[in-house]
Design a protein around this ligand. Structure first.
Ligand code: ZN
Ligand code: ZN
Length: 207
């Protein structure tokens, strides 16, 4: 969606929720689009759109846009927004507009830290992870995305946000119940956890 009128259309009242574009963790140079079309060969102009819905910059693939224009039933993957997963706000300082990550400190007596994905101040997804600073390991405990925000990359972006807090750790993740959760889990390149370490249960911190 190209929005020339600024804040006037950001309420969601026009039903943009169904038209949300995907998001991906921001990386340096984007070499391929979400369908694998090369963007680094100067075959087409590179378009750098701005998502007013998310208040994030993004990328638009001309090949996908033409393809989706011919097939109204195609998934909308031509344009996606970039979210820098290393930018994580404290709960009371997070901007109230757009798409932001909010990091919550572990609950007293536990090691599990929680990161929330907020859209216009409303939680749309969450991830919890339990790191062990002694072992330099971390377990991805739980990933959840609200039903109407699925298949947009919110889950994988939350996983990347958790890993960004301890990128040098050895990460593991359990196998969840149910085919939808398992389909998501099977795309995450993490082994299943082994035995809990000797420090499990002791209070620690995420960073
Ligand atoms: Zn493409
Ligand atoms: Zn440990």
């Amino acid at each position: 969606m190209i929005d020339h009128t600024g804040a006037a259309v950001r309420s969601g009242a026009r039903g943009e929720f169904g038209g949300l574009i995907p998001i991906r963790p921001a990386t340096g140079n984007v070499a391929v689009c979400l369908r694998g079309h090369r963007l680094d060969l100067d075959l087409y102009d590179k378009l750098k759109p701005y998502s007013h819905r998310y208040r994030r910059h993004g990328t638009l693939c001309e090949v996908c846009r033409a393809q989706e224009g011919c097939d109204p039933g195609a998934r909308r993957l031509a344009e996606w927004a970039h979210l820098d997963v290393t930018v994580q706000y404290e709960p009371d300082t997070a901007p109230g507009d757009g798409l932001v990550l909010v990091a919550h400190a572990p609950v007293a007596g536990t090691r599990a830290g929680r990161i929330e994905l907020r859209l216009d101040g409303t939680e749309v997804g969450t991830v919890t992870a339990s790191p062990c600073v002694s072992c330099r390991t971390a377990t991805l405990d739980y990933v959840h995305v609200a039903a109407e925000y699925r298949r947009l990359g919110f889950g994988r972006t939350l996983v990347a946000a958790a890993v960004a807090r301890a990128p040098s750790y050895r990460w593991t993740a359990p196998l969840p119940d149910g085919p939808v959760a398992q389909s998501f889990r099977a795309r995450i390149a993490m082994r299943r956890p082994g035995q809990p370490c000797a420090h499990a249960g002791k209070a620690g911190l995420t960073r």
